[in-house]
Design a protein. Structure first.
Length: 322
């Protein structure tokens, strides 16, 4: 089978197409033929070496596919089942093995591409809006990178929970996508100071929460958008890692909170995984959660997918098709 691996860390040029043996499922595992694999910023962090990995390393943590075989002790899935999963490495490949207890069934009215596009970013948006800061009706929230895959889903979920949604984007084209997703106030950060805009829109009060997946280039300004006792949810670092930060500043800026959440802690139990996946897939199936599947690449073009993602010129979800 073919897979995309890194033999060393670095730029997108280090992504290497390799022929590997077909994996065999071990205890508790299933062998799956991958139909679509999601491309996410976390993949670039492993590729760069920002997150450690034992080399050679097969990238990818999100996919959908068909179960081909299972270990003798597996009873929860069977050959022929349509499944999706995330947070299990090795999805930039034609075949992979994954723990059966991390697989969720794909509903009949959800396609493989929709499932691969929704499972990681959809559950990320879900925990952000429902758990990290449980949005209440009437809340005003700021979502950075509103035209990205997670941003578009988070806007929709925030609106469904009754929020007034502010978002930042870089172009008028991205502004239109964010508006279509339900954003109320769209700030072109390339043309205006988003802190000043937020303060104007909130009559100087600031916001109870900012959802920031950009990191280094927005971190300081995101803090300035918060009202006293507000929460900065730093869930990514698309522009780079945030530099060291003196915690005393949280008190001087109004007893602020910062959290750096990650999806794995919000789907750690089977019950949480199933509940979040069900909410997301039900929304996709009934049309209340709309996905943007604009960018698909053959597996062999993984490097181009990474370059496109890091350019921040893409919108919606990027998928690799083995």
């Amino acid at each position: 089978m073919q897979a995309i691996q890194i033999l060393t860390t670095g730029s997108a040029d280090v992504l290497t197409l390799r022929d590997l043996p077909t994996p065999t499922p071990g205890p508790g595992e299933a062998l799956i033929r991958i139909e679509a694999s999601g491309v996410n910023f976390i993949d670039t962090y492993f590729r760069e070496g920002r997150y450690p990995a034992q080399l050679p390393y097969t990238l990818g943590q999100e996919a959908s596919g068909i179960v081909l075989s299972v270990a003798p002790d597996v009873t929860t899935v069977k050959p022929g089942d349509r499944v999706a999963w995330c947070l299990v490495p090795g999805t930039y490949a034609q075949l992979t093995v994954a723990p059966a207890d991390r697989l969720v069934a794909i509903p009949d009215h959800v396609s493989f591409q929709q499932a691969a596009a929704a499972i990681l970013q959809g559950m990320t948006a879900h925990y952000l809006a429902h758990s990290t800061y449980p949005i209440q009706s009437g809340d005003e929230v700021l979502i950075h990178a509103g035209a990205g895959g997670t941003g578009l889903l988070l806007i929709q979920m925030a609106k469904a929970r009754g929020a007034r949604v502010f978002t930042t984007v870089s172009t008028k084209e991205k502004a239109a996508l964010a508006r279509a997703a339900g954003a109320d106030e769209i700030i072109l950060y390339t043309q205006e100071d988003f802190v000043a805009k937020v303060k104007t829109l909130t009559q100087g009060k600031g916001l109870p929460v900012v959802y920031d997946s950009v990191g280094k280039s927005t971190f300081e300004q995101s803090l300035q958008c918060l009202q006293p006792r507000g929460l900065l949810v730093l869930f990514g670092g698309a522009s780079g890692a945030v530099p060291p930060f003196d915690l005393i500043r949280l008190s001087t800026m109004g007893s602020l909170f910062i959290t750096r959440p990650t999806l794995k802690n919000y789907v750690a139990t089977r019950a949480d995984l199933e509940a979040r996946a069900k909410d997301v897939f039900d929304g996709v199936a009934n049309g209340t959660l709309k996905l943007r599947l604009e960018h698909t690449y053959p597996l062999t073009d993984a490097a181009r997918a990474h370059r496109d993602l890091e350019s921040r010129n893409t919108t919606g979800k990027l998928l690799l098709i083995p």
